[in-house]
Design a protein around this ligand. Structure first.
Ligand code: ZN
Ligand code: ZN
Length: 214
């Protein structure tokens, strides 16, 4: 089974999720956006052995500590989809824009595509391609514990912005409906910002996908 430890990082309170296999203590971290000392402390206190860094998309608040963390633990950076390469290439400019510590450009060891799987310990994550907030956004699903890690695609009561370069509101809605709302209603959704929710709750109440905002 899977343990999840959520660590809000950066001034944007981005949820860096540490995923730990209960049996092996092998771990992966999704979206280490910054505050690397906090993330190292979380890994230590979970008694976990970090095996990989997974990225949902290329925005700075999600990837800011990825390169340094990869070097610290000698692990691979996996994801996002190649469509977000331009965001990773623009990391120094993103750092300036948001007044963050300078994040160096890096290239992930592996780009992800729809239908890929990522195993660690006794856990397997399914990868789904969900463009709209960014053109190369992916989400990670752990079916055994019914959890979805959705980055900035879907939030509790809201959806990701689409006014950045490469954003597309129609595509975002389609990604949510085909890739998230197609899952069983009792799956827990872990957004990149804010509290968790469930597929069923968002399906019934999210104003951005219920038609009210087109
Ligand atoms: Zn984002
Ligand atoms: Zn974000």
């Amino acid at each position: 089974m899977l343990d999840v430890f959520t660590n809000p990082v950066t001034p944007f309170a981005q949820n860096a999720n540490l995923l730990v296999c209960q049996t092996t203590k092998h771990a992966a971290i999704i979206d280490p956006g910054g505050d690397i000392e906090k993330l190292i402390a979380a890994i230590n206190s979970a008694n976990a052995s970090l095996k990989a860094i997974l990225l949902t998309h290329g925005h700075l608040d999600h990837v800011g500590a990825a390169k340094q963390l990869a070097e610290t633990y000698d692990v691979d950076i996996v994801g996002p989809h190649l469509g977000d390469k331009f965001w990773l290439d623009a990391l120094p400019r993103q750092s300036e824009m948001f007044n963050f510590p300078l994040a160096e450009v890096f290239t992930p060891n592996t780009w992800l595509a729809d239908g890929d799987t990522f195993p660690f310990g006794e856990i397997t994550l399914e990868v789904r391609f969900t463009p709209g907030h960014t053109p190369g956004h992916v989400i990670f699903i752990e079916h055994d514990s019914k959890r979805i890690f959705v980055g900035d695609v879907l939030f509790n009561g809201s959806v990701g912005r689409t006014d950045f370069p490469g954003g597309n509101a129609q595509q975002l809605k389609q990604s949510i409906e085909s890739q998230i709302y197609s899952l069983p209603e009792d799956y827990t959704v872990y957004p990149g910002h804010g509290p968790t929710t469930t597929v069923g709750h968002e399906k019934r109440t999210n104003p951005f996908t219920s038609g009210r905002f087109g």
